[in-house]
Design a protein around this ligand. Structure first.
Ligand SMILES: [Zn+2]
Length: 398
């Protein structure tokens, strides 16, 4: 497998394997992509419209982002992949030189489009931007991602909500498999990795079958789809266990799509997941909620208007290195644009620093001993339901 992986545009090296005594499945890895190296476990900030909302690319580097995600669905609808290709590539268009992953668009078709119809060949839907009728197929989703030119493309899948009834999950999972084969056939770009998506909902037999099927295809990485939705923490744990248990000897990176609260990230890393993305840290920042060790502060609360302290003592981010809680609380009340930039920079710094702390614990082979302290630091961020697929669909289109 190693020689095949090295011939591909993505190579993944497990630097510290899971603990031999079974105390954790967490692992430390290095994912090498055309635009750079990604240390795993890692979190990818989401740049929906070829921008992480409110941040300049220099800000993104400052928060420590080594890879970002951009949304195929959004860029297909506006400004159009062909325009981006004419202008050089997504990297050049948004002036970001580090790795980019584009998602498949399948999730946005299901969660955002005003109307949709899935058939065997693809998905027809009404654009949430201008109401026009649009269509994506496995082949066109791959062609769009090849035009965008991200380091990593993702196979077009048919996601469903975790709580969907079994017949719906089964139908979508089997279609995802047929579409995965078509995506593998359609993908041509040799300087772009291709990840496949495991579905199967919360039906553990379907989830296991999907894991084995998707892993049998020559993907460079394996996404765990259909979670970070309306499942319970216990259901999520059980489902990740099913997938990771079957992938124990598989050398490819594992990416759980849509998970974003520090507490959830920690648990999934402990179960053996390597990559994550979510709009959560940046979206809650724009509602004046900033993450600190142990929980979150809502800067709209009156108590912060006279608070001269930084958001988080010792944080070196754009916000904390210069500004007080009082100032940023004022900016939010005055609806000043700088508020969004500062709060977003802080929450992404907190998240990426948290991932770095997890990697350090894995490197020193002390993650099981440090889980309690890391849980305390993570607090309950996002545990009140705003990480859900329903929240995404109702909130920001991302
Ligand atoms: Zn900060």
């Amino acid at each position: 497998m190693t020689s095949i992986a090295q011939a591909r545009p993505a190579s993944f090296e497990v630097v510290v394997p899971p603990a031999a005594d079974g105390s954790t499945r967490a692992r430390l890895g290095r994912l090498t992509l055309p635009h750079g190296v990604v240390e795993t476990p890692q979190f990818m900030p989401v740049g929906t419209n070829a921008t992480v909302k409110a941040l300049h690319p220099d800000d993104l580097e400052a928060v420590g982002a080594s890879i970002i995600l951009a949304n195929t669905y959004h860029l297909f609808l506006r400004p159009g992949h062909e325009r981006i290709e004419r202008l050089g590539s997504l990297h050049r268009f948004m002036s970001w030189d580090r790795p980019i992953l584009t998602d498949s668009g399948g999730f946005q078709v299901v969660s955002l489009a005003d109307w949709r119809k899935i058939d065997e060949d693809g998905a027809t839907f009404r654009s949430h931007v201008d109401g026009s009728t649009q269509r994506l197929t496995p082949e066109s989703a791959i062609a769009i991602q090849e035009a965008l030119g991200a380091d990593v493309a993702v196979a077009f899948d048919h996601p469903v909500y975790p709580s969907s009834e079994r017949s719906v999950v089964q139908d979508a999972t089997e279609r995802t498999h047929r579409w995965a084969e078509r995506c593998v056939s359609a993908h041509r770009r040799e300087d772009q990795a291709l990840f496949g998506v495991i579905q199967g909902g919360l039906e553990q037999d379907l989830r296991a079958a999907s894991t084995l099927f998707i892993a049998s295809l020559p993907f460079d990485g394996l996404n765990i789809g259909g979670l970070a939705g309306d499942e319970t923490p216990i259901q999520r744990r059980e489902t990740i266990d099913t997938v990771i248990g079957l992938l124990a000897g598989d050398p490819r990176p594992r990416y759980l799509m849509g998970l974003g609260s520090p507490a959830d990230l920690l648990d999934a890393v402990d179960q053996g997941v390597d990559l994550f993305d979510s709009v959560l840290p940046s979206r809650v920042a724009r509602t004046a909620q900033v993450w600190v060790p142990g929980g979150r502060l809502n800067l709209r609360n009156a108590e912060f208007l006279d608070d001269p302290r930084a958001i988080q003592d010792g944080c070196g981010c754009l916000a904390c290195s210069r500004f007080s809680r009082a100032y940023i609380a004022h900016l939010f009340r005055a609806r000043e644009l700088l508020a969004y930039r500062l709060a977003t920079a802080h929450n992404l710094t907190f998240t990426l620093d948290f991932m770095a702390r997890i990697r350090l614990a894995i490197r020193s082979r002390r993650l099981p001993e440090e889980m309690a302290a890391l849980r305390l630091r993570a607090g309950r961020n996002g545990a009140d339901g705003d990480a859900t697929m329903a929240g995404k669909a109702a909130g920001d289109p991302a």
